[in-house]
Design a protein around this ligand. Sequence first.
Ligand SMILES: O=C(CO)[C@H](O)[C@H](O)COP(=O)(O)O
Length: 237
Amino acid sequence: MSGPDLRRAAAARALDLIEPGMRLGLGTGSTAAAFVALLGERVGAGLDILGVPTSEATRAQAESLGIRLATLDEQPELDLTIDGADEVDDQLRLIKGGGAALLREKIVACASRRMVVIADAAKHVARLGAFPLPIEVNPFGLKATHRAVEAAVAAAGCSGAVRLRGRPDGKPLVTDGGHYILDAHLGAIPDPEALGAALWAVPGVVEHGLFLGIADAAILAAARDGQAEVTVLGSLA
Ligand SMILES: O=C(CO)[C@H](O)[C@H](O)COP(=O)(O)O
């Protein structure tokens, strides 16, 4: 049972939540892409839904599958967002942004009545922070913002390197919104709420990848006896 099989199993369970006429936030990343692919099949078979993508990559995929799309300005209230995550804890707190889409992902999730995470069960952790925390920043004054982020991280009781995310050509990665990403390699985040608040206080921080109190449920797929076993954290109702 491979990673793609597990991602597809979690995505397939999420597809059961979709009803005709729903306005859906469409997440970003390989697990969200597995969901969008399955959704595209259902749309091809006649399901009518409206999607709001959280990235240009998801927009391109959904368009190629014939999924009807809107912007969040055209459709500012959504019924449900389905998205992946880099880490999820027992309280449904998340780290997101490994795919650099955290800003739009958080805006779309917060505009939705419900957010359901789909992930390989390996993303379920006892404590957040092994995955580097993405922090989206305005390019203006990058050095000053970088230093202030390091100070905020320390003030929130965390330690570790904060690094500008680069592209393979060595240039900084630029998000869909035209921003940079600082990745905070913390190992563990003892108090995610304190860290989130400290990061919010830094001018130049556009958004951080801690999703706190946003997700309603997580669908997690693990391999058991050669099959995908799906468990749910929280409530899908
Ligand atoms: O937050 C994200 C993108 O910004 C993704 O949801 C997260 O990185 C998980 O991706 P994948 O499903 O490929 O593991």
